[in-house]
Design a binder for this molecule. Structure first.
Ligand code: BES
Ligand code: ZN
Ligand code: MN
Length: 505
């Protein structure tokens, strides 16, 4: 078995005060206004006259500055690049970090075959530009053999010179280092999600998670199928029963040096493939269920990131991993299992497996003394019915739920707070066990799943549940800094929440 760790496919990001000799392309931002487009720029990076010349060319070919519009013009003779790429930023008074991230991402995606690009967008917002370029330049080609591998002329952008007025100050360097670390964590999560289910099964996933964790100085423990059985993890065992590739529960702990720091548990759904089990899914689109470990991927790379950033907060990740398969050994609709901690469950639908593995992990997490618990999962198709493919649903205890949703908005992952209507809870009643794993109807499916999880939230712990069924995996075309396949959502939300807890408790 290979223990290759997730590769971080992030371009080199370097700071510079002026355009050097290596860059082939200069990327500038173009805002729109009633008087025509304008190049936005911090002072003193590129000559005023040269900018006027570039702007004139851009206007001549119809550039307007509308969001993410890409326009190429030949570079003025005085600039040592072959061409200038202008990317639209929209109206200047509406400009925010997310627009800069998106426009940087769109620029980076278009620069295939370019080795080094320089940009002045960084003078506007270094962190957003760095993240946008790094995320936009990501590509996954591990399974392209020589027959179809992209030629050098189509290789993703390898190096970005971020032009800023003061590249050598401590603050500037720290800002870039943080952005690079975040981009690497997002890329790591994407890598896990993009790795096909043939190659990423529970034991392999656990081994790769361990390798990443150990490298970052985390304490890592793995429970195998025997330990899970013995320990009473009925949900993980039940879901894993149908597969020849047995389940795992991984625990990764980052202990901060700060005394009295808060403790946060992250729990992520790690179904390496979800056929539905005996309640089997239709064939159309089933291949997308390779993304059913998106929550797990995000929590693994987030706890590693917290350690790399040295956050003054204790973080423990619990990652249940299983493959949901139909077979002669699979659990049946009507089976009763016992979740870790003793709650008995009537499994009405084997396709509602995420909540079964999460519940075990959440109860186990409660044995650590927690202040907060965040769980995240590609949990319900109903998430997409309710909010579409790009908006995570955030449920939980009122205050923390709203805090997580608002932080998610601020980083551009755009989580939205959703309610847990009281009357839905009763619909999880079972005649034979403490609870059923589904309601007998399809209304409010995302909320019903959250109600199920709520039963397993440790007493007195603030909780947020982030359903990323759609947002974790992009099956449509690329947009902004988001390419096809795994997106790494909600890594940037979770790290921002951890940073917020580190500051505000
Ligand atoms: N992994 C799926 C949810 C999902 C669907 C994620 C589409 C990404 C895209 C989950 O395990 C599932 O099958 N949920 C069921 C729940 C139902 C049986 C109550 C669903 O959403 O249909
Ligand atoms: Zn699933
Ligand atoms: Mn399922």
């Amino acid at each position: 078995m290979s223990t290759r760790t997730a590769r971080s496919s992030v371009p080199d990001l370097v700071l510079a005060a002026a355009l050097g000799k290596r860059a082939e392309v200069l990327v500038v931002g173009l805002t729109s206004s009633p008087d025509g487009p304008e190049i936005t720029l911090g002072d003193g990076i590129v000559d005023e006259d040269v900018l006027d010349e570039i702007l004139e060319s851009l206007i001549a070919v119809g550039a307007s500055g509308k969001p993410e519009q890409l326009t190429r013009v030949p570079a003025p003779a005085s600039l040592a690049v072959t061409y200038v790429l202008a990317v639209g930023l929209g109206s200047a008074d509406k400009l925010d970090s997310e627009q800069i991230r998106k426009s940087s991402g769109a620029a980076a995606r278009s620069l295939v075959g370019v080795k080094t690009a320089a940009t002045t967008l960084s003078a506007l917002d270094l962190a957003a530009t760095a993240e946008g370029f790094a995320l936009g330049a990501y590509s996954f080609t591990e399974f392209k053999s020589v027959k179809t591998a992209p030629a050098a002329e189509a290789a993703p952008l390898a190096r970005v010179e971020l032009l800023v007025t003061a590249p050598r100050t401590k603050d500037t360097k720290a800002t870039l280092a943080r952005s690079v670390a975040i981009a690497e964590a997002v890329a790591g999560a994407r890598e896990f999600v993009n790795t096909p289910p043939s190659h990423l099964f529970p034991a392999e996933f656990a081994a790769r998670a361990k390798a990443l964790g150990v490298e970052a100085g985390l304490t890592v423990q793995i429970l195998d199928e025997k330990a899970l059985e013995k320990g009473g993890y009925g949900g993980i065992v039940g879901v894993g029963k149908g597969s020849s590739r047995p389940p795992r529960l991984v625990r990764l702990e980052y202990a901060s040096k700060k005394r009295g720091a808060r403790k946060v548990a992250l729990v992520g759904k790690g179904i390496t493939f979800d056929t539905g089990g005996i309640s089997i899914k239709p064939a159309a689109g089933m291949e997308n269920m390779t993304s059913d470990m998106g929550g797990a991927a995000a929590v693994i790379t987030t706890v590693v990131l917290a350690a790399k950033l040295g956050l003054p907060v204790n973080v423990v990740a619990y990652v249940p991993m299983a493959e949901n398969m139909p077979s002669a050994t699979a659990q049946r609709p009507g089976d009763v299992l016992t979740q870790y901690g003793g709650t008995t469950i009537e499994v009405i639908n084997t396709d509602a497996e995420g909540r079964l593995v999460l519940a075990d992990a959440m109860v186990r997490a409660g044995e650590d003394k927690l202040d907060y618990l965040i769980d995240t999962a590609t949990l319900t198709g109903a998430q997409m019915v309710a909010l579409g493919t790009r908006t995570p649903g955030v449920m939980g205890t009122d205050e923390f739920r709203d805090r997580v949703a608002s932080i998610s908005q601020s980083v551009g992952e755009n989580g939205w707070a959703m309610p847990l209507p009281e009357e839905l809870r009763a619909d999880l009643a079972s005649k034979v066990a403490d609870m059923a794993n589904v309601t007998p109807h399809r209304w409010g499916g995302m909320l019903a799943a959250a109600h199920y999880l709520k039963e397993f939230v440790p007493e007195g712990v603030q909780w947020a549940h982030i359903d990323v069924a759609g947002p974790a995996y992009n099956t449509g075309g690329p947009w902004g800094y988001t390419g096809k396949g795994g997106t790494g959502v909600p890594v940037r939300t979770m790290i921002a929440v951890l940073e917020d807890i580190a500051v505000n408790g």
